[in-house]
Design a protein around this ligand. Structure first.
Ligand SMILES: NC(=O)c1ccc[n+]([C@@H]2O[C@H](COP(=O)([O-])OP(=O)(O)OC[C@H]3O[C@@H](n4cnc5c(N)ncnc54)[C@H](OP(=O)(O)O)[C@@H]3O)[C@@H](O)[C@H]2O)c1
Length: 351
């Protein structure tokens, strides 16, 4: 495991021979912002950096703080793209525009999240709100921007997609209510505001496992590219706070108190996250808050996960290889991906 000073000096020594292109979806605040700032610092601003979020004022402030290369330098650009990540059609439209404007993408980081144990609702497209931000949107970004990552790899450059949520914290994936429709329908009729929280809790608990499944799936299909699911740890950002509702409020107060002592500053976390982003060639990676790789697996050729293999049903095993902290099995990964493809591309949401 790298020390913090090793991480800092490794990041500072990053000096690509090309102008890197990086997207931070969630880069207008929190860890995504700190990571975009760290990336801008280590490239001295000589990068094409795209922040995606909803808050254009925040984005303008973040971008204004980036170091700016001399005007004689070409290829760099710092810009903001507005997108509501709960809306899959909007993400697809923005990715289509980006595919038209960019020739390649070196780094994709998706960190926009939502935490609530009390609120369970659906998006305008009928998707579970927790899953939309914590998982579906990430799948759509990965899928729609994959051609640009492939172009970067073909040019011998970094090609890495990272999702930031809760690697190592996923519950074993269950496939009987993937989209949580049943959880919501059961609890909405019960005591609103009390029972409802259990559907929200499921959204929080299941999404890290779905992110595991997503990086495993994309790595199995795209052997030349790196896909990482990372856990940032406890970090002093708005994303650290969880709306627990009145029932669990006392636990929430205790949690907030403990966090004052153990949570780190976003700048500290961002150095580790950036190290993880720059330190991956190809394959799937599950990484801890200090960028420690606790599981990794690389495929040599594209593999369609074989659901008839003897290990296909085993949780924590990917294509016959046991992975520490991994929530999927080949069968559950296949089912979650098929379900995700169906609901995020449904005609009803503008495909
Ligand atoms: N902080 C922690 O202690 C902690 C611990 C464990 C896991 N995590 C996870 O790590 C990730 C990053 O954490 P964080 O604390 O930086 O996250 P955060 O505060 O939840 O995320 C902030 C970013 O998400 C964007 N965002 C939120 N809703 C959006 C929406 N509907 N559409 C588009 N963008 C949206 C915000 O942009 P706009 O405001 O511009 O829309 C902002 O850039 C999250 O997935 C979080 O759940 C965090």
């Amino acid at each position: 495991m790298p020390t913090f000073s090793q991480v800092q000096s490794s990041n500072a020594s990053y000096s690509p021979t090309y102008v890197p292109v990086a997207i931070f979806a969630g880069g207008t605040s929190g860890i995504g912002q700190a990571m975009a700032e760290a990336f801008a610092r280590c490239t001295q601003g000589k990068a094409h950096i795209i922040l995606i979020g909803r808050n254009s004022d925040a984005a303008a402030r973040v971008i204004a703080g980036f170091p700016k290369p001399p005007v004689t330098e070409v290829g760099w650009r710092h810009e903001f793209v507005a997108c509501d990540a709960t809306n899959m059609s909007e993400i697809r439209a923005i990715c289509a525009t980006l595919r038209g404007q960019l020739t390649r993408l070196n780094f994709l980081v998706v960190s926009a999240g939502f935490n609530s144990m009390a609120v369970s609702k659906t998006t305008s497209e009928g998707l579970d709100y927790h899953l939309a931000l914590r998982y579906y949107s990430r799948y759509v970004y990965f899928k729609e921007l994959l051609p640009l990552l492939k172009n970067a790899r073909q040019q011998g450059q970094h090609a890495h997609a990272m999702t930031m949520l809760g690697a190592g914290l996923g519950a074993p994936i269950s496939t009987d209510d993937i989209g949580l429709d049943r959880a919501r329908s059961q609890t909405i009729n019960a005591l609103r505001g009390v029972m409802l929280s259990f559907a929200a809790l499921k959204g929080m608990a299941y999404s890290p496992g779905y992110n595991d499944a997503m990086v495993a799936y994309f790595a199995s299909q795209n052997p030349g590219i790196a896909f990482t699911h990372i856990h940032p740890g406890f970090v002093k950002t708005s994303g650290m706070h969880t709306d627990t509702g009145w029932l669990l409020a006392p636990i929430s107060w205790l949690y907030e108190l403990v966090m004052v002592f153990i949570a780190v500053q976003p700048e500290t976390c961002a150095e580790y996250m950036l190290y993880a982003l720059l330190d991956a060639e190809r394959g799937m990676f599950l990484r801890s808050p200090t960028a420690n790789i606790f599981s990794t697996h690389a495929f040599d050729t594209p593999v369609k996960l074989d659901i008839s293999s003897p290990t296909a049903h085993q949780t924590g095993v990917l294509n016959g290889v046991r992975l520490k902290g991994y929530s999927g099995s080949d069968i559950t990964v296949r089912k979650v991906m098929e379900y995700t493809e169906e609901v995020t591309c449904a005609k009803s949401i503008g495909r």
